[in-house]
Design a protein around this ligand. Structure first.
Ligand code: ATP
Length: 489
């Protein structure tokens, strides 16, 4: 508003001076130059840039909008008591919490939790990213930290709130170990300022209580001073959701979408082990887009499954393969699917020869339950499934192709995992004491043993494999149930 009034006033002055016979062109030139510099954002970079602000009235995310993460939510609620019950805290002489650090892989809901914390405590919410404090000009980052805390206090007072939550995402960018960064002076000053602000936060008086919440997925990079009691002394780990968590996230993100009455969200939750909340949100969104493309009124399990594939592997490709290649891919994928069903019955969720992303075809496996620990026989079975594709190619088509390179790499990784977990024939070993030759030989033995098993299985079930491959060629995609009925017949 003020800017508009000033611009209007300057224009009127110029017109007046022009009419009065004054040469206004030098003034116009100077003003133009000033405007260009302002627009280029140099001032912003010199430290006047403000952080993103979200006022409390705009924070509508509550703990109910976050699926799963029950442990993180409970820990957080417990920690937030000091904002909700300042009298009790002060009566008992408890040192209130100043900082909470949320750790976990990207997309697990750390930002959502911070917003929900602001909603829960009716606090003013300000958020910034660690990278916003990092500049090449010394002192700018520290100045921004000061501004941020000042702004939190001002906003809370303006809104008549007694508390403010400052959320700093990617805190490792500004709070890495001091002295470890090349332009360390600037980084160190920024971190020092953050520590100063946190130390200086009022504890028991009636002024605005500030809680700093920060998120990182690299807690190992943080300066130890940050974790000292009295600073970020509560660490809440925000893990990838388990099956129940995935189901509730899927329910949350489909609540405003027209789902088929028999859409099987439980199956989707089972098949999405390792997905974060952000992945699951994307699955729901992609499923709706697929339903729209098909002009379907509702979203079904089929759309959700295709969306899982898309999120996992990328968009379906229109690339046309040679007939021979399509046949080879169908034999290869049938080999994986057949071995999958033989060594772990019920584990195949779908198999397709529709190319997506880098994959020309793929089998999706959905174990009964999330697997957090694996036994020797499970790991060996995984290697057998990986070898199934190339073995099928060799035994049916006479030779193998480059299509199995990735399978072999994964098989070696699993074998390596067995060796270093102490569950190979070498027993418990010390990595540094193991010679490369012995390691290689042991890995080879593990792979060869599984290869012999897979050869025997494919020889025995050759007819089933051919039937599976033909049906796959015909239908392009088969569900787990279709695979099972073909393998059982
Ligand atoms: P990053 O580390 O990349 O900043 P983050 O952990 O802060 O990620 P958010 O930004 O909170 O993740 O989540 C991204 C999106 O993923 C959210 O907007 C939401 O749509 C979805 N999401 C993530 N976790 C959950 C969850 N537990 N419940 C519901 N939605 C979730």
């Amino acid at each position: 508003m003020i800017r508009e009034v000033i611009i209007g006033f300057v224009l009127a002055l110029l017109v007046f001076l022009g009419l009065d016979g004054v040469d206004i062109w030098p003034i116009v030139l100077l003003l133009g130059l000033g405007g260009a510099i302002y627009a280029s954002g140099i001032f912003n970079r010199l430290g006047t840039r403000t952080v993103r602000k979200v006022q409390v009235s705009q924070v509508t995310t509550s703990f109910q909008d976050i699926g799963g993460q029950n442990m993180a939510k409970n820990e957080l609620k417990e920690a937030l008591e000091f904002i909700l019950k300042p009298d009790v805290i002060s009566r008992l002489g408890i040192r209130p919490l100043k900082g909470i650090l949320l750790t976990g892989v990207p997309g697990t809901g750390k930002t959502l939790l911070a917003k929900a914390a602001a909603h829960y405590t009716e606090s003013v919410f300000l958020s910034a990213s660690g990278s916003e404090f990092v500049e090449m000009y010394a002192g700018v980052g520290a100045q921004r930290v000061r501004q941020l805390f000042q702004e939190a206090r001002n906003m809370a007072r303006k809104e008549s709130k007694s508390s403010a939550i400052i959320f700093i995402d990617e805190i490792e960018v500004m709070a890495g170990r001091r002295g470890s960064n090349q332009s360390h002076l600037e980084y160190d000053q920024t971190l020092n300022q953050l520590l100063v602000e946190m130390d200086g936060m009022p504890v028991h008086d009636d002024d605005v209580r500030i809680l700093v919440m920060a998120a990182t997925n690299r807690v190992d990079l943080l300066d130890q001073a940050l974790m000292r009691p009295g600073r970020f002394d509560r660490l809440v780990s925000v893990d990838l959701p388990d099956r129940e968590g995935r189901l509730s996230i899927l329910k949350l993100h489909t609540r405003n979408k027209p789902l088929d009455v028999d859409a099987d969200l439980e199956a989707i939750a089972r098949e999405t082990f390792g997905f974060s909340g952000a992945h699951l949100e994307s699955v729901c969104n992609e499923a709706a887009i697929l339903a729209m493309r098909e002009e379907s009124e509702t979203i079904g399990t089929k759309h959700l499954r295709q969306a899982v594939d898309k999120v996992m592997l990328g968009e379906r490709m229109d690339r046309t393969l040679r007939v021979d290649d399509i046949k080879r891919v169908s034999i290869h994928e049938s080999g994986h699917a057949l071995i999958g069903e033989l060594v772990a019955p019920g584990s195949v969720s779908s198999v397709t020869i529709a190319p997506r992303g880098m994959a020309l075809g793929f089998v999706r496996h959905a174990p009964d339950d999330d697997r957090l620990l694996q036994t020797v026989s499970e790991l060996k079975a995984d290697i057998q499934v990986l070898l199934g594709g190339s073995t099928a190619e060799r035994m049916i088509l006479g030779e193998r192709s480059t299509g199995a390179a990735n399978d072999f790499e994964k098989a070696w990784d699993i074998a390596r995992q067995m060796v270093f977990s102490g569950i190979s024939s070498l027993g418990v070993i010390k990595e540094e004491a193991l010679s490369q030759d012995l390691l290689y030989q042991t890995l080879r033995d593990i792979i060869t043993e599984q290869q012999d098993i897979v050869d025997a299985l494919i020889m025995e079930h050759r007819e089933k494999l051919l039937r599976l491959a033909d049906t796959l060629l015909e239908h392009e995609t088969l569900s787990g149930d279709q695979v099972r009925s073909l393998v059982a017949s």
